[in-house]
Design a protein around this ligand. Structure first.
Ligand SMILES: [Zn+2]
Length: 310
């Protein structure tokens, strides 16, 4: 197996693209762990304040899912070029969990998953007054709050993302893409699927292109990340069985209101919000190709979307 790129090397590639182009800005926030310090990097369009429509891309929230960060680092130049040509602004978090990336773990190098994993962006308030991290598609919950507003324990990278995202122009985001890999579901071959909401027929062309690369995980109970625990070495352990797990449709779409970034952007009214998954059996180059198809597809949709406010 080829030696894996370090977080520092990957972020150097990102910084080189930003330095070469004049139309992006890069900011770094230092994340402090017992295991050391890592930078959380955010890249955004220099003209972000003037762009009525914004594309938000996040990758590498789960540290061992390397395909997303590799895709984003390789595609950033192309992404900025195409987005800016369409009058779109971009906000990109190329490596959301850099210490986990270096440690090769789902969660961070301290094995801190907070109380509900590091993809903990919102909590729901139910009619009976209880606060939960996941709800069924119906009935509509009474309300929701950012998890950080409720003071729940969050890992350092998630806390930092909350602080940065609340200052991002989320009200102008027309499309959001969160890149993952499903390294938890056992017994499946190379395949892709996606978490999304509402009318997924808008993604018809993207689905056709993804399907040409790899089978789609259709009509299957998908329990990945459902009730995950971590062991003493920080490895994620998926409980046996699919009880209560949502099922994908014929095009491999899964609806899940789990308080994730995708769910947050959906609740905030972004017309397009998708989390892309490829299975662990999918070769890395194919996983990256699927990510590219989704990146290009959402860019296209965002480019023809109406601004969300006049
Ligand atoms: Zn993931």
């Amino acid at each position: 197996m080829a030696e894996r790129e370090t977080a520092a090397a990957l972020l150097d590639r990102v910084a080189a693209v930003v330095a070469r182009r004049g139309d992006l800005v890069l900011t770094r926030r230092e994340l402090h762990y017992r295991a050391g310090r890592w930078p959380l990097v955010r890249v955004a369009s220099r003209a972000l304040d003037e762009t009525p429509r914004v594309l938000l891309v996040l990758a590498g929230l789960h540290g061992d899912e390397v395909a997303g960060p590799i895709t984003v680092a390789s595609e950033l130049d192309h992404l900025a070029e195409r987005a800016h040509a369409r009058g779109l602004g971009v906000v990109v978090y190329p490596l959301a969990n850099p210490s986990g990336f270096d440690a090769g773990t789902r969660y961070n190098a301290d094995h801190d998953r907070g109380s509900a994993g590091n993809g903990d962006f919102l909590r729901y308030l139910r009619e009976d007054g209880s606060v939960v991290d996941e709800v069924e598609p119906s009935p509509t919950p009474r309300a929701w709050r950012w998890s950080s507003e409720l003071g729940v324990p969050l890992p350092a990278e998630t806390r930092a993302l909350h602080e940065l995202l609340t200052r991002d122009p989320l009200e102008r985001v027309v499309a959001a893409l969160d890149l993952h890999q499903d390294l938890l579901t056992q017994g499946v071959g190379p395949a892709a699927y996606a978490y999304s909401f509402g009318d997924t027929s808008v993604y018809r062309d993207v689905v056709a292109q993804a399907r040409a690369l790899v089978p789609l995980l259709a009509n299957r109970a998908i329990g990945a990340g459902f009730g995950v625990q971590i062991d003493e070495r920080g490895r994620a352990v998926q409980p046996e069985g699919d009880a209560g797990a949502p099922t994908s449709d014929a095009d491999g779409f899964v609806v899940r209101h789990d308080g994730s970034l995708t769910d947050l952007l959906y609740r905030l009214g972004a017309p397009y919000s998708v989390a892309v998954e490829t299975t662990g059996a999918t070769p890395l180059d194919v996983a990256c190709a699927v990510n590219r198809v989704w990146l290009d597809g959402l860019l296209e949709l965002a480019g023809s979307a109406a601004p969300r406010r006049a």
